[in-house]
Design a protein around this ligand. Structure first.
Ligand SMILES: N[C@@H](CCC(=O)N[C@@H](CS)C(=O)NCC(=O)O)C(=O)O
Length: 210
């Protein structure tokens, strides 16, 4: 019997969500191991001492960055053509993971950053969201007429930002962006990557994903 790659994941983590989205689209089956960030299992930390999810363990190979996990899955099989994306898609993901994620954290965890002004941080996040919104006025998806890697890498973070204050978000006049987000949130695709699993325990049966 061949051993399936292991995916260490945490349900609510946006980085882990993008990894699960790509793995699901690729059809590459993995053994899913849900962890608690406050109680990380030793085998997880042994495989990846930096201790962030998602991580894929494939034999001796360890993939420790969510973007690399997406690429790993899709380079094996990309039936929806997510990698068929212009270079600018990668630049969007960079902005998401850099300045937007920073503004998102400073907004979401505002109490932890008393020296930061929450409204200034929201305004910084809005620079990125306005850019996405303008793109979505031109095309149904971020880089064209169909989902690409950029949409799937970025959607979990826009979801997280919108959820910090959905009333405020809905009042920003971001019609196309809101539609793009809501279509995703109500999709079977999203529902199926958000299945709840109990935290992994040594010796338990494999949990297959997808
Ligand atoms: N650059 C990493 C970031 C992953 C990351 O920061 N994940 C968070 C959860 S959303 C984490 O595992 N944090 C570790 C902790 O909270 O202990 C990636 O893209 O995979």
């Amino acid at each position: 019997m061949t051993t399936l790659p292991i995916l260490w994941t945490f349900r609510r983590c946006p980085y882990a969500m993008r990894a699960r989205l790509a793995i699901q689209s690729s059809g590459q089956q993995v053994q899913l191991r849900e962890i608690l960030l406050k109680d990380k299992p030793t085998p997880f930390l042994t495989a990846s001492p930096k201790g962030t999810v998602p991580v894929v363990q494939n034999g001796d190979t360890v993939i420790e960055e969510s973007r690399d996990v997406m690429l790993w899955a899709l380079r094996q099989n990309d039936p929806e053509g997510w990698l068929d994306m212009p270079e600018e898609g990668y630049a969007l993901i960079d902005t998401c993971d850099g300045p937007f994620k920073s503004a998102l954290d400073h907004t979401k965890y505002a109490v932890r950053f008393p020296d930061r002004d929450e409204m200034t941080e929201r305004a910084k996040a809005m620079v990125f969201l306005n850019d996405l919104n303008e793109r979505l006025m031109q095309n149904t998806f971020l880089t064209g007429p169909k989902y690409s890697l950029a949409d799937m890498a970025i959607l979990p973070f826009v979801r997280q930002f919108a959820n910090t204050d959905r009333v405020w978000f809905d009042a920003q006049g971001l019609g196309p962006l809101t539609k793009w987000l809501d279509n995703f949130l109500t999709s079977e695709r999203f529902r199926s990557i958000m299945t709840k699993y109990p935290p992994w325990q040594a010796g338990q049966d494999q949990v297959l994903f997808p």
